[in-house]
Design a protein around this ligand. Structure first.
Ligand code: FES
Length: 124
């Protein structure tokens, strides 16, 4: 089994996100997910993000939030470049183009001691 598209299952406790090749694989309160790794804002690595209380994947740089079932950005960034803070108009603009450029979504399934990414129909 390729290590590039799998993660040891014991590294994916609820709320955690890990890298598996080009995928960010996470555990949303027991439900596994896999989405493409690059944030649609400024390409931060979403495998370094976290899962919030609503089950959304949060970008580590400016906290854009993603629905991991659809790949849609549900909340835009809180800042840009080195600025961190509320930027409502800019956040709406980013959300607008992110509707077109959704994250790719794949299935993440438990296979023995690993969680494996299985790109398929939903991998756009
Ligand atoms: S790079 Fe992800 S929110 Fe800015």
């Amino acid at each position: 089994m390729s290590r590039e598209t799998s993660v040891p299952a014991d590294q994916l406790t609820p709320g955690q996100v890990r890298r598996a090749g080009r995928w960010a694989v996470g555990n949303r309160d027991g439900e596994l997910f896999a989405v493409s790794r690059r944030c649609r804002h400024q390409l931060a690595d979403l495998a370094e993000g976290r899962v919030d209380a609503d089950g959304c994947l949060v970008c580590p740089w400016h906290q854009s939030r993603y629905d991991v079932t659809t790949g849609v950005m549900v909340e835009g960034p809180h800042g840009f470049l080195g600025h961190h803070g509320r930027t409502p108009r800019y956040a709406r603009f980013v959300r607008g183009y992110a509707k077109v450029l959704r994250l790719r979504v794949a299935r993440a399934v438990r296979a023995g001691a690993d969680v494996v990414v299985r790109p398929g129909r939903t991998d756009r």
